[in-house]
Design a protein. Sequence first.
Length: 209
Amino acid sequence: MSDAPFTVAIDGPAAAGKGTISRAIAAHFGFAHLDTGLLYRAVGALVLDGAEPIAAAQALDPRALEDARLRTAEVAQAASRVAVIPEVRAALLDFQRAFARRPGGAVLDGRDICTVIYPDAEAQLFVTASAEVRAARRWKELREKGDTRTLADVLADVQARDARDSERDAAPMRPADGAKLLDTSKMSIEEAVDAAIAHVEAKGAVLRG
Ligand code: DC
């Protein structure tokens, strides 16, 4: 067993499969996983409750990341709005960098992990899919949970978040030069996970635990 750090950095737009792929890589190699979107969602939820965004980010308690409310569409949009504020991003930086170098390996997924948070990550991936495919996947998940929103509404939500995340000045979402591009539009989740694990292995990750 090795305690050496090994960082897997995964970026990409909403609903491309980043979360599933990140969890699968973490489980496969025995690495810790941080869904960095939850940090922005936790700040977004506090802002919906009346907090000031920068103060909320500076005082964020990692225990707030467990709240099931963070998964709602309302909180996702609030997260995307607070994520354009440079001081909010700066307040969340140290926590993410420390997580990236924790002993035993770490997987972080988000929008700016390869470009800003940890550009030296040993393995880097940009996971994407067309907006239509991502909206259809999200719509199916929501329908299974009893949500009645239409596919057109979900697509509009996905496109609004894509635009805000990639057109902002502070750490806009974009594929890093060294990142492997994984377009999952025509892949099953198993194929996408296998391709991602193969890339991480090729970059030198070994099984831990
Ligand atoms: O991945 P997610 O849907 O949970 O992310 C919620 C929002 O947070 C997303 O619209 C953009 C923002 N975000 C970010 O700006 N940087 C990250 N590293 C992760 C998320």
